[in-house]
Write a protein that binds this ligand. Structure first.
Ligand SMILES: [Zn+2]
Length: 172
């Protein structure tokens, strides 16, 4: 098989994976092992009315392996997209309509998350004050994703925040 044929073959396989739902959102190119964390964080995805398909460790031309999540009849809000970007900054969002990819964009790290993660600092006011929605400013330093609490102003490595919130990052 020529390189071109092989490439076309890969693309059609990719298309099949992506287009298997009629309408909804596909989170593609998730680092292997992260799909479960994403499902855990996004409780609304677990709504029993949502039809979700998850692929683990699928072969991927660019990354070696990847996870993929397909959610029928769901479109992410800008805020949800930002939260997702903390967990899977290298993933790609595909919007599907009538079995076709109508929009496709890479995730980007947000400048801030609001309400997506609890603060790991046990003395933080967010653990006492019900009205204080946990907020973090996102900073990248030396290729590390750091999260600074809006209230206690402590700076945490993303891994610490994910771990505290019951998630584990396998990226990096
Ligand atoms: Zn805090």
């Amino acid at each position: 098989m020529s390189d071109k044929q092989q490439q076309e073959n890969e693309i059609s396989k990719e298309k099949l994976l992506v287009e298997a739902i009629s309408n909804g959102t596909v989170i593609d190119h998730i680092a292997p092992g992260m799909a479960m964390n994403i499902l855990r964080l996004f409780n609304f995805l677990g709504n029993k009315n949502n039809h979700i398909t998850v692929g683990f460790n699928l072969r991927s031309g660019t990354q070696g392996a990847k996870d993929i999540i397909k959610i029928a009849d769901v479109t992410f809000s800008p805020n949800q997209t930002q939260q997702l970007a903390i967990l899977a900054p290298n993933a790609t969002i595909n919007l599907i309509s009538n079995y076709k990819v109508v929009d496709k964009y890479p995730l980007r790290l947000p400048a801030e998350t609001i309400g997506a993660f609890d603060c790991p600092n046990s003395n933080c006011i967010t653990h006492v004050e019900k009205g204080a929605t946990p907020r973090f400013k996102i900073v990248v330093e030396d290729n590390e994703i750091l999260m600074r609490c809006h209230y206690c102003e402590r700076v945490f490595n993303r891994e610490i925040v994910l771990e505290y919130n019951g998630m584990k990052s396998l990226e990096d």
